[in-house]
Design a protein around this ligand. Structure first.
Ligand SMILES: [Zn+2]
Ligand SMILES: [Zn+2]
Length: 92
């Protein structure tokens, strides 16, 4: 979505080859999961201004949390992407 954001994230992490974990340059956070540390950096150290849900407009701080939001709040039994402009999922 935003290529520069990934570059920025990549510039803030490094892999500790010995320990086999990813390290955050800006704090002591470590993770052996690249996705986790990228999400950590994106949420903690980068002010992206957030990402708004294209369905309900809710702002999520990171792309991952936005994905989680969309999956949890707006998916009903799978792929209904084509109809996502219709707020029929808000019935409950
Ligand atoms: Zn950090
Ligand atoms: Zn939403």
């Amino acid at each position: 979505m935003i290529p520069e954001l990934d570059e920025l994230i990549n510039s803030k992490i490094a892999k500790d080859a010995e320990a086999g974990v990813w390290m955050c340059f800006d704090c002591d956070y470590r993770s052996n999961n690249l996705t986790h540390i990228k999400n950590h950096v994106e949420g903690k150290h980068i002010d992206s201004g957030g990402f708004s849900c294209h369905i309900c407009g809710k702002i999520s701080k990171t792309r991952v949390s936005l994905q989680m939001h969309v999956l949890r709040q707006h998916s009903r039994g799978g792929r209904s992407d084509r109809n996502n402009k219709v707020p029929y999922l808000q019935l409950m």
